[in-house]
Design a protein around this ligand. Structure first.
Ligand SMILES: [Fe+2]
Ligand SMILES: [Fe+2]
Length: 191
């Protein structure tokens, strides 16, 4: 349903269950980066009405997720630490072509894949986190990440022919799976 070509390993889940503070810290930064990305997209394509509309709404929603995650942390006396970066997202971003209109197409597809992977991992956490409160918390965020994936894909289909979107989606899905299979399964949202 999420169009991902590989599933997250049990090892990732084990490492998250051993270190819930780290996943929350990293997750907060992911939400912040999702909001930043939405703002940078509407900045880059100001003439595209639907894109501006959707990205403005997305930036607000991602920042409200940031607030929910940080509140969940503060309840547990966990503070935010500096952003250590997201190797997975950086690797995927390296596959975005530099020339327009390819750059827009690739950015929308890569963003949809990152949302899909986050959704897959929220699903795992909502079913298997050792901490019942975290299960519920991740369950509450699931639906919006699945919807965000659709927002990016529908924008791609609005601005590009369907066959072109499908072809690039197939390529980038394969690349995404390969990146995931080579990750260290660290306690990070995309670790
Ligand atoms: Fe989010
Ligand atoms: Fe999202």
């Amino acid at each position: 349903m999420l169009g991902l070509q590989c599933s997250t390993s049990d090892e990732w889940l084990r490492s998250v269950n051993n270190d819930p503070a780290s996943i929350l810290r990293d997750h907060a930064h992911c939400e912040k980066k999702a909001a930043t990305m939405a703002i940078s997209l509407l900045n880059r394509y100001p003439e595209k009405i639907e894109l501006v509309r959707r990205m403005a709404a997305l930036a607000q929603e991602e920042m409200s997720h940031f607030q929910s995650v940080t509140e969940k942390m503060f309840e547990r006396d966990i503070t935010l630490t500096s952003d250590t970066g997201d190797y997975y997202a950086k690797q995927l971003h390296n596959h975005i072509r530099k020339q327009e209109p390819h750059r827009l197409l690739d950015t929308l597809i890569v963003s949809s894949l990152i949302e899909a992977r986050s959704c897959e991992r929220f699903q795992l956490l909502s079913n298997h986190a050792d901490d019942m409160d975290l299960r519920q918390f991740y369950h509450s965020l699931l639906e919006s990440e699945a919807r965000h994936r659709t927002v990016f894909l529908s924008l791609a289909r609005q601005y590009f022919p369907n066959e072109l979107v499908q072809q690039r989606l197939d390529e980038l899905e394969a690349i995404e799976a390969n990146i995931i299979l080579n990750l260290a399964n660290s306690p990070a949202m995309h670790g």
